[in-house]
Design a protein around this ligand. Structure first.
Ligand SMILES: Cc1cc2nc3c(=O)[nH]c(=O)nc-3n(C[C@H](O)[C@H](O)[C@H](O)COP(=O)(O)O)c2cc1C
Length: 193
């Protein structure tokens, strides 16, 4: 798959087939994260793969899936939690704060490699941190940067041109529509106009 095709195809997936995700596929995603750009090449991100069947509902209860909670059976079949080894808010002249960009770039690598393997993903920032830390035994010195929910997609959201609003919506068939701003509205050449 061409990179641009993958970028075009990737949509946030929030409803998944009731089949497990092979661990190898998840590991491949983290390996792609490992190779992502890193400010000063510090590589402070580390990852937890959650694919244990009894653990999945516990993790699900800590997250908020926007635009409608998927029913049981259609929930994520795995999670990858990006941790940062140290505080994100800087005490080192902003160096650590840059790590949040590392986490974002690593996330996109993971999402694209997941897509290549037929998996759907959704980035998640809405989670109950204290509860998640407890369930996954995350040490206090690590910060949670981002979660990814994963599974084989059971929905096919479509991108459309944003006509004013960028609000996601569902049509009568339950298909999610994702309005994206037009290139001409976000791109300037040489100077801001
Ligand atoms: C930093 C970040 C945090 C997000 N957090 C959540 C979240 O907590 N829950 C959720 O359902 N979606 C979350 N999303 C997914 C966005 O809603 C989604 O990317 C957006 O609606 C655009 O859709 P697309 O990813 O299909 O292009 C998050 C996305 C990003 C980049």
């Amino acid at each position: 798959m061409e990179v641009s095709e993958a970028v075009n195809k990737r949509r946030s997936i929030r409803e998944f087939k009731d089949i497990p995700v092979p661990y190898d596929a998840l590991e491949k995603c983290v390996d792609a994260a490992r190779l992502a750009p890193s400010a000063s090449n510090r590589q402070l991100c580390e990852y937890i793969i959650v694919d244990d069947t009894p653990l999945l509902p516990q993790v699900f209860d800590t997250v908020r899936i926007w635009f409608g909670t998927p029913p049981p059976g259609r929930r994520p079949k795995a999670y990858i939690i990006t941790l940062v080894n140290g505080p994100l808010e800087n005490e080192l002249g902003g160096v650590r704060k840059k790590t949040i960009y590392d986490a974002g770039m690593a996330a996109e690598n993971m999402m694209l490699v997941a897509l290549e393997q037929g998996l759907g993903t959704c980035a998640i920032l809405s989670y109950q941190e204290r509860e998640l830390r407890r369930i996954l035994n995350i040490p206090a010195k690590y910060e949670i940067a981002l979660m990814l929910a994963l599974g084989f997609p059971d929905e096919s959201p479509v991108v459309e041109a944003a006509a004013g609003s960028v609000k996601l919506w569902r049509d009568h068939q339950g298909v999610r529509h994702i309005p994206k701003r037009d290139l001409k509205d976000i791109l300037y050449r040489n100077r801001f106009t």
